[in-house]
Design a protein around this ligand. Structure first.
Ligand code: SF4
Length: 338
């Protein structure tokens, strides 16, 4: 690693990402206390909690405005009673991912690339998550099963890119991540690893010295798609992390999910994309929310989404307008809507 890279690494952290990860807020009463809110005004759902527990890292919660039930970050993590609504068309596995699961931990949906569910968990539970019902236990490969996944990739020379997804692929330890990247680098036909992660947003301390070292040493081209839905998620710790990753040559992109009462206004999306660009992150996808059971209250219609994109095109240079997409069950790629 060059001296330049060493000098980019932060040295002033009080708490490590592992400590933060082992001290997540999981009790809604604690969250209410911290945010000075009363559950009587917006009760939580015990059913929703049992099915998909509350998980919120403290650095993320610190960015939520106290006393504000309408805060866009709070809405993303609060297990509200709306999750009990059984809406027609909203199902557990809307993308039929199980059909593309040839070996544990590997999804082969796309031409030329495969997706590895590198971690069986996330640092945060986003209530709109399309994998909230996913069977991570069945998709948490042992080392032997990882070998099977690597063999599958190595036997298909058309596969040039591996997408690390999850759960959150950065939720695994530095040593596991390093091992995974080394195994992938040993596969000759692979050129690129794309990391889809929300961790640099919700726990910016995840951009640790060890991770930076490991990312700067691989021969593979690295793309990181962070997952940020609202400008309020970006504080100086997060944007410093973007700077470090950019400086070691990681291509930085953002994927947002279009969510009702979180970011479904042109003003909010313009603000987000401008702020990301200021920190060298380009908007990539704006995803229509998937029709997952328990998430109807986040749903935005196609018509509204298309109107938003038209306004973005009128207000921003083309490179700051994300592609509006959705995943349709049975289709190998994303479908572009506008
Ligand atoms: S971080 Fe991503 S995979 Fe994890 S709960 Fe949130 S949306 Fe789902």
């Amino acid at each position: 690693m060059t001296n330049q890279v060493v000098s980019l690494i932060r040295s002033d952290r009080a708490e490590t990402w592992q400590e933060i990860l082992s001290d997540l807020i999981t009790d809604p009463q604690e969250l209410l206390r911290l945010l000075k809110l009363d559950a009587a005004t917006s009760p939580y759902s015990l059913d929703a909690l049992a099915q998909f527990p509350l998980k919120a890292p403290r650095p993320f919660v610190e960015r939520i405005e106290k006393g504000n039930w309408h805060d866009p970050l709070l809405r993303q993590i609060w297990p509200s009673r709306f999750e009990e609504t059984q809406a027609a068309g909203f199902v557990a596995d809307p993308l039929h991912e199980e059909e593309f699961n040839p070996v544990p931990g590997l999804l082969h949906k796309y031409q030329g690339r495969v997706l590895l569910t590198a971690a069986p968990h996330c640092a945060i539970h986003c209530r709109y998550c399309f994998r909230r019902h996913f069977d991570y236990r069945a998709n948490s490969p042992s080392r032997a099963q990882w070998e099977e996944a690597f063999a599958y990739i190595a036997n298909d020379s058309s596969i040039e890119e591996v997408i690390l997804s999850g759960g959150d692929p950065l939720a695994i330890s530095d040593s596991q991540f390093h091992w995974l990247l080394q195994q992938l680098a040993n596969i000759e036909a692979l050129t690129t690893v794309r990391i889809h992660t929300r961790l640099p947003i919700v726990i910016p301390q995840r951009i640790s010295n060890e991770l930076v070292r490991c990312l700067s040493e691989t021969r593979l081209r690295l793309v990181m798609v962070v997952h940020c839905n609202h400008r309020q998620e970006l504080d100086s710790a997060v944007t410093n992390g973007f700077g470090i990753l950019g400086d070691i040559g990681v291509t930085m992109l953002n994927q947002a999910v279009l969510l009702k009462d979180v970011n479904d206004s042109a003003e909010t999306l313009i603000d987000l994309n401008k702020a990301l660009f200021q920190h060298n992150v380009l908007p990539y996808y704006l995803h229509m929310p998937d029709q997952v059971a328990g998430t109807e209250h986040f749903y935005v219609t196609d018509q509204h989404a298309i109107e938003l994109i038209k306004t973005l095109h009128a207000s921003l240079p083309g490179y700051l307008v994300p592609r509006l997409v959705r995943e349709n069950p049975g289709e190998r790629g994303k479908t572009r809507i506008a």
